[in-house]
Design a protein around this ligand. Structure first.
Ligand code: MEV
Length: 327
């Protein structure tokens, strides 16, 4: 099975305290393939070239979420026969694109398929969420939800709504990787700590973030893309206020805006990771050219995924995506 990564268009961090967010699944995928094993439950993380025995009591921290998923499925659906699970992904890691959630979703769905039991998408998302809690501490649940269902997802306090918006073809979301990895759990903790220290200052910022999400959906539905971009930049301003931007993010953002993007913001936890810009498609190449000349080597034109987790197509992981790296 494969499961998509995501970007948050509006509302990251604010969503952790129950405000809404709007996210979009994108055509970058984590993949999990399960075959019958001999006598153990073996995980092979292809990108790390790591082999992990999930039955062992002493497995590295980063693989504990997969052990948790296996335990939950054993308990709820009956004991899983020995297997070899191969995991791989082309979603940038620790970059705000939901790579851990997508991997958890793909692994959960492939295990349930392997068991041959009946399940709903909601079951996959719920189990992957338990794994995300081990990875990130206090996640809102938006990452596993978007990866499970695909498309545009409005998420508020655990409730979801799939927003049926057709992405207008003459606009592109361009993503530039700062190349700075960060730990989502840590950044979320810092923000919550700032909230606790300045609740009266922070509350109106969170309220404003909520209005931005509601307004953005109306504008997207009306095809008012320039204003959607403007709201992205306002949303970014609020993210600066809660302390999750940094110099690289700001440098990328200003370069995008100077080259014609309608709006730009960090996405996900911030303090590194990916910066996204919304731009008419005829400006994309010059934005990418400028950022590459500034030394940002990983640039992507993102395309929406509308399926969520699904069997892997034969044509491979990269379909529909262009990643440019200079020679
Ligand atoms: C991470 O992709 C988004 C955050 O809002 C954390 C979360 O919602 O769990 C920063």
């Amino acid at each position: 099975m494969q499961a998509p990564g995501k970007i948050i268009l509006f509302g990251e961090h604010f969503v952790v305290k129950g405000k809404p967010a709007l996210a979009l699944a994108v055509k970058l995928y984590a993949k999990s393939t399960i075959t019958v094993g001999d006598d153990k439950h073996i995980l092979y993380a292809k990108d790390m070239d790591a082999v992990v025995d999930l039955d062992s009591d002493n497995i590295p921290e980063k693989y504990k979420p997969f052990k948790k998923i296996l335990e939950i499925i054993n308990e709820e659906y009956g004991s899983v026969k020995p297997f070899k699970a191969e995991l791989s992904s082309n979603i940038p890691v620790a970059a705000g694109m939901g790579s851990s959630a997508a991997t958890a979703v793909a692994f959960t769905a492939s295990l349930l398929e392997y068991l041959g039991v009946e399940y709903e998408r909601g079951d996959v998302s719920r189990i992957a969420f338990e794994a995300e809690k081990i990875t990130h501490g206090r996640p809102s649940g938006i990452d596993n939800t978007v990866s499970t269902y695909g498309g545009f997802i409005y998420y508020k306090g655990g409730a979801i709504e799939r927003i049926g918006i057709e992405w207008p073809g003459e606009y592109v979301i361009v993503a530039i990787d700062t190349g700075i990895p960060r730990n989502t759990g840590e950044v979320v903790r810092d923000v919550l700590d700032r909230y606790d220290r300045f609740p009266d200052v922070m509350k109106p910022i969170y309220d404003s973030a909520e209005v931005i999400v509601e307004e953005a959906i109306t504008l997207l539905r009306g095809g008012r893309i320039r204003e959607v971009g403007e709201l992205m930049s306002i949303n970014h301003g609020l993210l600066v206020a809660i302390g999750v931007s940094n110099k690289a993010i700001e440098e990328i953002r200003y370069a995008m805006l100077e080259e014609g993007a309608y709006g730009a913001k960090l996405t996900g936890a911030g303090r590194g990771g990916i910066v996204i810009g919304l731009t008419p498609s005829n400006y994309v190449d010059r934005i990418i050219y400028k950022l590459m000349n500034m030394g940002y080597r990983r640039t992507m034109k993102l395309e929406p995924d509308n399926n969520g987790f699904a069997p892997c197509p034969n044509r491979g992981l990269n379909s529909g995506l262009s990643i440019k790296t200079p020679p």
